[in-house]
Design a protein around this ligand. Structure first.
Ligand code: CU
Length: 225
């Protein structure tokens, strides 16, 4: 199943994938079972082989159990999914690990603007580095983002990070991720935001720690570049 999903380069990606797999197997097995039972009954109780169907009200516990048992089963499987997904949700959305880096992501029709802190590590200072459609981060570092939208609702989607978060005008939404592998990964907008929505794409560039420092130095005016 791992092969069907984009490569996981996120510290919490395995938790998201775990929930997807759990749901896939529970739903998949019951889907096949339900179709099998339907087919079996259709053949077993076909018209040429059976008396005419009659309406039978469920007065005994035994006849009610045909509904009650499936209800309990659905509830139990639902609780299993809830338990697994709550654990992932708490880790990803509630607990906020200390940030090694804070960036700002601004969605607007039809580009992503990324604001990186400069060498001082602080946003909203003179050495901030603004790039359109390319986000630079160091590997194995908790990156906290402040997500904003300039015009309409967008959604910051990085499939390889298992990250998708709506960007809402007038709000600054905080989240985090930690990329575990160097490379270049696609960033998409996952909220239909207008005529150019499908072209609203960017790239996440995950550098080595050393490579990120070099990139930062290159961008800084003091470096003489
Ligand atoms: Cu968009």
């Amino acid at each position: 199943m791992e092969r069907w999903l984009p490569q996981d380069v996120s510290s919490y990606g395995h938790q998201v994938d775990g929930v997807i797999q759990l749901i896939f197997w529970i739903v998949g097995i019951w889907f096949v079972a339900a179709l099998g039972i339907l087919l079996f009954f259709a053949v077993r109780y076909r018209r040429s082989n059976s008396p005419r169907a009659a309406y039978a009200p469920a007065r005994s516990l035994r006849s009610m159990s045909f509904v009650l048992i499936p209800v309990v089963l659905v509830l139990l499987f639902d609780l299993a999914i809830d338990t697994a997904s709550t654990r992932a949700w708490d880790h990803i959305k509630v607990e906020m690990p200390p940030a090694g880096q804070t960036i700002r992501v601004i969605g607007k029709q039809y580009v992503w603007d990324f604001v990186h802190p400069g060498l001082d590590g602080e946003l909203d200072t003179a050495d901030d580095i603004k790039e359109t459609n390319t986000l630079h981060v160091p590997v194995d570092t908790v990156v906290r983002f402040q997500l904003e939208a300039e015009d309409v609702i967008h959604s910051f989607f990085v499939p390889n990070l298992r990250l998708k978060q709506d960007a809402v005008p007038g709000r600054s939404i905080t989240g985090w991720f930690e990329a575990t592998r160097e490379g270049t990964y696609q960033i998409l907008c996952a909220e239909l935001c207008g005529i150019g929505h499908t072209n609203m794409r960017g790239w996440l560039q995950v550098h080595s720690q050393q490579g990120y420092r070099e990139w930062l130095a290159e961008q800084s005016p003091e470096s003489g570049g």
